[in-house]
Design a protein around this ligand. Sequence first.
Ligand code: ADP
Ligand code: MG
Length: 380
Amino acid sequence: MATLQLDQVVKSFGDTQVIKGIDLDIQDQEFVVFVGPSGCGKSTLLRMIAGLESTTAGDINIDNQRVNELGPAERGLAMVFQSYALYPHMTVEDNMGFSLKLAGVSREDRRTKVMEAARILQLEPLLERKPKALSGGQRQRVAIGRAIVRNPRIFLFDEPLSNLDAALRVQMRIELARLHEELKATMIYVTHDQIEAMTMADKIVVLQGGVVEQVGSPMELYHHPRNRFVAGFIGSPKMNFLNAVAEEGSAQGVTVRLPGGGSVSIPVDGGQVSEGQALDVGVRPEHLRLDDSGPLKAQINVIERLGGQTSLYVEMDDELITLMVDGDVAHRVGDVVQFGFDPSRAHLFSADGLALQSLSRHPLASLTRQDNRVASETEA
Ligand code: ADP
Ligand code: MG
């Protein structure tokens, strides 16, 4: 299979630079997800890797070979798009084998490869059907099958699940993760959906405005976002931000005054912090807890009861703050609640949006999907 390396890759359309000098290393057999808001350049970057867009500057290397000048067919990659673009008049088998037919592969070899892909994707009973007789999820599996039969060096996926309904997306996520394990292939997957990124990636690349904001494992990004953008983008519901003022900062921690006047000491490197400096405290909804002696206090605007969890929306300083608490709570809209958080769960951001370095690494921060597998195999 294959490694991929991007070195200061740039793409301009006319005068507009949309990819602004991206460096990236992708290892053999890694499942890498490019995630970011719509328009940040995910598809453009993927199409540049595929050879469907030219590269304005920088190098794209596959297996340590520069491929900038190679056409899409010569790069040995296969791409799966959001729209399946199956040939409506062909059966599933013929759709899956068509690129091999174009390449002059014999009927017998085509059949072997298509059958193998059909087995992996559980499409065997559907091989004689035409696309119109398939569900959306089945069509997308055929599109993936078309990529598998080509035995590509790298699989490229561009939002392949966006056309599917929510339940099917969950199922396909699991299938894609399983597919990755079975094929042991290098895969790059583009999505705007951070849940897809968190659940499938070994390594997430967060993009915004054509630049890489952070690269890391899902738990690295969740526990140690390097800036406010990543902190707010990864995790659902979104991280809350509270306006705070530094009272004291040192390499051992930062004491901040929260809205409402309470103080808390947060274990991050505050060596550069000066007294009176404005800082944003970031706390995820699942890390806020109701606590009658907590430093924060606000009135409940909305309650969402999900059974297993309850979301409370409160307003502080004109900011909407979300608390996610386990189980049900007896509170009602209009109640004033007091709440707090474990300071080791809080993040601090300076005015430029950068996170102050946490004094300890979360024990699971480096965990990847591969580690999950090893752990569960050991237990079994
Ligand atoms: P994403 O996939 O992250 O939603 P895209 O890669 O499709 O974003 O687009 C990134 C930016 O590049 C957008 O601002 C888009 O309008 C612009 N763009 C994409 N393709 C072209 C093109 N062929 N010509 C001009 N601008 C383009
Ligand atoms: Mg796109």
